[in-house]
Design a protein. Structure first.
Length: 676
């Protein structure tokens, strides 16, 4: 197809796909099946891969979320979803306590319950006879949006309430909760790790990153397509049970929630005095950077439900609870310079050098600007006053430029035409946002490549940190990763920081790392777009590095989960003699690649499998392990790509979806037969 023909076809495909998307999402009607629509999207995708210069940000292939939020059904909350008043200082906690004590009988003793405040999106879950039937966002507190389908994809939300009660009292409440209707409230949030991974993914796709985990979780729940929500790996923490089951304290509420199968927080504490509150605030403050989720404070609630109710509500917040926040995570500062850093792939990343400023207890002097498009979007100039934000230990970001503070002397930034490290020309590849150093021998590229090679996910060489990598380079001892394996104690000893023992340790660590799995070997090569998952897929498919070296782009295309850009990149990598030489040199120097365990081909090999409902004979984790062992892919949501949907007891909506899409539905018995 010529470029001219492609342009025309792409434009027609886009219009048609957009029309169907609108019919489907906004009008809730459908003229063609999902499968047919997927097929159109696939054709568009392939054409855009072939002519990346024709990709536009508004192409359906670039879509990250739906815009028509009012397509969600509105729901009216039975009781309003409140928010909390914030306090920041011990003196404000004291004032709060004085106020509530005044409102309670003079002789009342007051105790509190402390929990970590998650930073996500408040959700109300309704269960009828123990089964989840509605999930809604807070909205304006009175009316929210029905996001049931999306919330169902969150594994930490039980679809059916459990009975994990230990003692008799708890058992009574739990039994009551599982018949009739109850309402659970809590926070949907995105774990830090997921947030970081998703932002990396966003960057890879040249899409703007999410500013913080809160935005990311809100954006993920308010997706019209639950498959996207599912792919975002959200979590849920329950903090309240609105229904009165006879419990008298907030602490009991939490015990019930845990018994019903919710994560109701892991750092909850009963607190009996203001000193307790302070010490709890301090302790969580110390560990919060290492918590797996992002938090900006703690929540203190009057523990007695009777007292809490009696204290009532002012405006939109209950009097009986407060959010005790940690200091703001934003600060303003000045961009003193913008310089570029060069990564392993040769990509140039602009970094803002800032006038050092304290943000959340740490000094920030740099912030990544990601790429030139991000700089343009923010319109950051050298000399600008900007707002920087730091989320937990996540690297700081510039979130806004205060343009009103400009003097006119600010300087616009331009990507350098020459690599600041080696002086070679830089260039932007078609269809990509990043600029690259065009010299593959560039010191920075080599250096970063070696760091990647020895990293935890690669050869995992103990004791070969950043500083040593740099030393080895500077001393000219290592020019390519293959040189590592011939290093001797004598080579290392003369270097600064090395004594006989440390030199011997490093040499032995390197020797130990020689035996490596094929997947790690592939990952360590640092082929662009080949991360851990893809390296695994390739290892599984080829089983042998030579086979991968000699593969064709067609064969790569045929592997599931490997898209056009990735296939191109792999093929270009092995098309370069230098890289083949590297692989050979590694093997010559003693690297032993062990093949992946041969998976006996089963009827499930290479198949995508979804399990819905409870299986009688095995837990979910066991089923997952069995599927993987059989060479299948365990996936969490049903799409036209799914091969089998295994239906257990009390299946969820996935079974209906499978029916609608015409996916093969099988019973547990049939599943066991296929597993062999
Ligand atoms: S208790 C009356 N506990 O923070 C509201 N809220 O700023 C009762 N939040 O709307 C809320 N973690 O969405 C409570 N452990 C926790 C929380 C929590 C996060 C959210 C919640 C609330 C907002 C108030």
């Amino acid at each position: 197809m010529t470029k001219r023909e492609a342009t025309e076809r792409i434009s027609k495909l886009r219009d048609e796909i957009n029309r169907h998307r609108y019919l489907y999402h906004v009008k809730d009607t459908q003229e063609i099946s999902d499968a047919a629509l997927d097929s159109l999207k696939h054709e568009l995708d392939l054409l855009e891969q072939q002519f990346p210069e024709l990709i536009t940000p508004d192409s359906p292939t670039q879509r990250v979320g739906g815009e028509a939020l009012d397509e969600f059904k509105k729901v009216v909350h039975r009781t309003p979803m409140l928010s909390l008043n914030d306090v920041f200082e011990p003196s404000e906690v004291e004032q709060w306590e004085t106020r509530i004590r005044k409102l309670l009988p003079a002789d009342a003793s007051v105790e509190y319950f402390g929990e970590v405040k998650m930073d996500g999106l408040a959700i109300a879950l309704l269960y009828r006879d123990g089964v989840l039937y509605r999930a809604a966002t807070r909205g304006d507190g009175r009316i929210g949006e029905d996001v049931t389908q999306n919330v169902r994809t969150i594994e930490s939300v039980p679809l059916r309430l459990e009975d994990q009660s230990g003692d008799a009292k708890l058992k009574q409440w739990v039994t009551k909760a599982r018949s009739g209707e109850i309402e659970v409230r809590g926070e949907v949030y995105m774990p830090k790790k997921v947030f970081e991974a998703i932002n990396k993914e966003q960057e890879k796709k040249s899409l703007p990153p999410f500013a913080n985990p809160r935005n990311a979780s809100a954006g993920s729940v308010r997706q019209l397509d639950p498959r996207i929500t599912a792919s975002r790996k959200l979590s849920f923490m329950a903090y309240d049970l609105v229904t009165d089951l006879g419990q008298t304290t907030h602490q009991e509420t939490h015990a019930i929630l845990t018994a019903l199968g919710f994560n109701a927080g892991t750092h909850n504490e009963r607190l009996v005095s203001r000193a307790d509150i302070e010490s709890y605030h301090e302790r969580i403050g110390k560990i919060r950077a290492s918590l797996p989720y992002w938090t900006d404070g703690i929540v203190i609630t009057v523990n007695s439900i009777g007292q809490f109710r009696g204290l009532g509500v002012v405006g939109k917040a209950p009097r009986g609870a407060i959010a005790y926040k940690y200091p703001a995570e934003q600060a303003t500062t000045i961009v003193e310079d913008i310089q570029v850093q060069i990564g392993r792939t040769g990509a140039l990343t602009p970094v803002a050098h800032l006038k050092p400023v304290q943000v959340a207890g740490t000094t920030v002097s740099r912030a990544t600007l990601h790429n030139i498009d991000e700089i343009r979007r923010l319109d950051v100039r050298i000399g600008d006053t900007v707002i920087v934000e730091k989320a937990g230990e996540i690297i700081p970001d510039i979130v806004q430029v205060l343009v009103k503070l400009r003097t006119g002397k600010e300087k616009k930034f331009h990507m350098p035409a020459k690599c600041p490290v080696c002086g070679s020309p830089t260039a932007r590849k078609d269809g990509e946002v990043a600029y690259y150093c065009t010299n593959p021998q560039c010191y920075a590229v080599q250096h970063e490549g070696l760091r990647h090679f020895v990293s935890k996910t690669g050869f995992d060489i103990d004791g070969l940190g950043e500083k040593i990598v740099e030393q080895l380079f500077k001393a000219d001892l290592v020019k390519s990763p293959a040189d590592l394996f011939t290093l001797t104690i004598k080579d290392l000893e003369p270097l600064e920081r090395f004594a006989e023992k440390s030199a011997a340790n490093l040499v032995s660590a390197i020797q130990k790392a020689k035996r490596v799995s094929l997947a790690r070997f592939i990952y360590a090569l640092g082929i662009r777009h080949v991360g851990e998952e893809t390296a695994n897929d390739l290892a599984r498919h080829f089983g042998d590095i030579q086979k991968l070296e000699h593969t064709s782009i067609e064969e790569l295309h045929a592997i599931r989960d490997i898209g056009g850009v990735v296939a191109q990149s792999i093929s270009a990598y092995f098309g370069d003699k230098k890289n083949i030489d590297l692989v050979n040199a590694l093997i010559k120097n003693g690297v032993e690649i062990h093949r992946p365990e041969k998976i006996q081909a089963t009827p499930l090999t290479g198949k995508k499998i979804v399990v819905t409902g409870t299986l009688a004979g095995m837990s979910r984790d066991e089923a997952k392990a069995q599927v993987r062992k059989a060479g299948g892919d365990w996936v969490s949501s049903v799409s036209t790509q799914t091969d089998f949907v295994v239906v257990g007891e009390n299946p969820g909506s996935k079974a209906d979806k499978a029916k609608k899409l015409g996916v093969n539905i099988i019973s547990e018995k049939e599943f066991l037969e296929l597993l062999g």
